[in-house]
Design a protein. Structure first.
Length: 557
């Protein structure tokens, strides 16, 4: 009897891999493509364009400032910015200085930002003053008033005991907050040779990035990844996408580079082939179409629900998108009258933030009969097994169970959690996802075994939403579920029982949630139930599957 366990080729046999550290990756790509344009940001008051050589110089400037601020090996530095050139320079610069970059979500509400700052233990925060509908300086000074009075680089906070300094991109410098130029000025006396020497000491196994992703707990988990993990996936996506240096890809990412998927797919596949990132600070469909036309974008990357928004934009029929080459045929953009792309992205794929995206995949343009509706086969160095969720025993080939993975991109661990509580005795990460392996070693993902909601490419923890709902004075019982949705995958739905005398006010409840939760976590629908209706789904303990079915019927009705 064949067991449900299979491995990809050895990592040493994988073609296309370059240097496996972030400083080495940037050095290697700069040496190859120094004079090519690496990124562009267009705004109403002007534009920023950097070549690879300029990106390297900007990253070195950040590294010098980081070193001059007293930060050294493994120091954590937060980056809270929209998709802009300084974000890229900051993340690589922190790595060049030997530190750990901590990209933070610009969707964060003040309470979420408070949690991220406490959990990450960052020593410095490099942030942008404003993001769409956000003022981060106002949020930060509300969370810690001492920021307004402390000297630059000398913050002493019992709330955030590791945080010493902040630098702002935009207006608002003062107190402990330096301007971006003042921060960079710190590094002018720091020799470039020391940055070079620091970068040269970086090992592939060293910590590189601390990312946050919602898991089965109520709060996002801090996931620490090595240089090797991020670098492998950056080089790998170029190969999986079939992008070559001669294509000179111009990539527009619709979403934040702080997501591991965008880091590897957009930044990685682009820089590793000498292409250019066409950056947009926030997703605006009409603006995005104009930007794609003006910058001759060849590869757009977006979440499923964003493609219909582009098609619905008022300038859809007016723009010329004939430059498009790497746009998947199943999305609306490929059906634009000026687009003639004949490319299909690696849709047969499976991965997690804990593995810095993909562990199984078929490359772009794989025939449908090869993929056969699967999630691909293990990538080089990866082993996948399917186990009984209760016993942990490997099940026979073809049987359903929990997907477990290990390989060269597996995380170093969760912040604050011992590794032996995360991995099984053989070093596998138990994903909480259900699936099976067929006789050809293809993985078929079959949904979550836990209650995590996957909506529009992001994970949402129902427990986190429930905790916020429970603090509302009118809410007696709250349970959040994911209901299937054509474009989002799942839509977040809050099922609520009110206290006696409280009035139904879905709009008001959603407005309350928007103050506490990032926009993608806020339920699209609020459904009100009697307490006995909720109880019908499972006596003392609510069964999420039953409630999800009940919610879906209510919405359909």
């Amino acid at each position: 009897m064949s067991l449900s366990m299979t491995s990809g080729p050895p990592l040493a046999d994988e073609p296309g891999l370059g240097t496996l550290t972030l400083p080495g990756l940037l050095r290697e790509t700069t040496a190859r493509y120094a004079d090519r344009e690496a990124l562009v940001l267009r705004e109403a008051d002007g534009e920023i364009r950097w070549t690879y050589a300029e990106l390297w110089d900007r990253a070195v400037s950040v590294a010098r400032a980081v070193r001059a601020s007293g930060l050294g090996k493994d120091s954590r530095v937060g980056v809270l910015m929209t998709n802009r050139p300084e974000w890229v320079a900051a993340v690589f610069g922190i790595s060049l200085a030997g530190g750990v970059a901590v990209p933070l979500s610009t969707f964060s509400t003040p309470s979420e930002l408070d949690y991220l700052l406490r959990t990450s233990g960052i020593s410095w925060l490099l942030f942008e003053r404003e993001a769409p509908r956000k003022d981060f300086l106002d949020a930060l000074t509300t969370l810690e008033p001492a920021i307004t009075t402390a000297a630059p680089g000398a913050l002493r906070s019992t709330t955030y005991p590791f945080l010493r300094g902040l630098a702002v991109l935009g207006s608002g410098a003062g107190g402990a907050v330096e301007s971006w130029d003042e921060f960079l000025e710190r590094g002018t006396s720091e020799p470039v040779e020391l940055v070079e020497a620091t970068a040269a000491t970086t090992n592939p196994s060293d910590a590189a990035l601390l990312l946050f992703s919602s898991g089965s707990t109520s709060k996002p988990k801090g996931i620490l990844s090595a240089h090797r993990a991020a670098s492998i996936q950056c080089w790998r996506f170029a190969r999986l996408f079939g992008v070559r240096p001669e294509d000179y890809v111009r990539c527009w990412p619709a979403n934040g580079l702080f997501w591991s998927g965008n880091f590897a797919m957009a930044l990685g596949a682009t820089l590793c082939t000498g292409g250019a990132l066409v950056l947009q600070r926030g997703f605006d469909p009409a603006e995005a179409l104009d930007l794609m036309q003006a910058e001759r974008v060849t590869m757009p990357l977006a979440w499923p629900h964003q493609w219909p928004q582009l098609e619905a934009a008022p300038n859809w029929s007016e723009v010329d998108l004939s430059s498009m080459r790497f746009v998947d045929g199943k999305f609306a953009l490929a059906k634009h009258p000026t687009v003639s792309s004949n490319w299909f992205e690696p849709g047969h794929a499976y991965g997690n933030t804990e593995t810095f995206t993909l562990t199984t995949c078929f490359p772009a343009n794989t025939p449908e009969e090869v993929g056969a509706g699967s999630s691909g086969e293990p990538l080089p160095g990866v082993t996948v097994k399917i186990v009984d969720p209760l016993t942990g025993a490997v099940v026979p080939r073809g049987e359903h169970g929990e997907i477990c993975v290990k390989g060269p991109t597996l995380m170093l661990g969760y912040v604050g959690t011992p590794l032996d509580e995360t991995l099984d005795a053989e070093g596998y990460f138990r994903t909480g996802d259900g699936g099976r392996l067929d006789d050809r070693g293809r993985l078929f993902w079959e949904g979550r075994l836990t209650d995590i909601i996957k909506t529009g490419g992001a994970n949402v923890s129902p427990l986190e939403v429930n905790e916020v709902l429970a603090r509302h004075p009118g809410v007696k019982v709250a349970y959040t579920v994911g209901v299937p949705h054509d474009t989002l995958g799942e839509v977040v739905v809050a099922c609520v029982v009110l206290h006696e005398g409280a009035a139904e006010d879905a709009d008001g409840l959603i407005a309350y949630l928007r103050e506490e939760l990032a926009s993608y976590k806020v339920p699209r629908h609020v459904l009100y139930f009697r307490e006995d209706e909720i109880a019908l789904t499972g006596s003392a303990k609510i069964k999420s599957g039953d409630l999800r079915e009940l919610a879906a019927k209510r919405l359909n009705a």
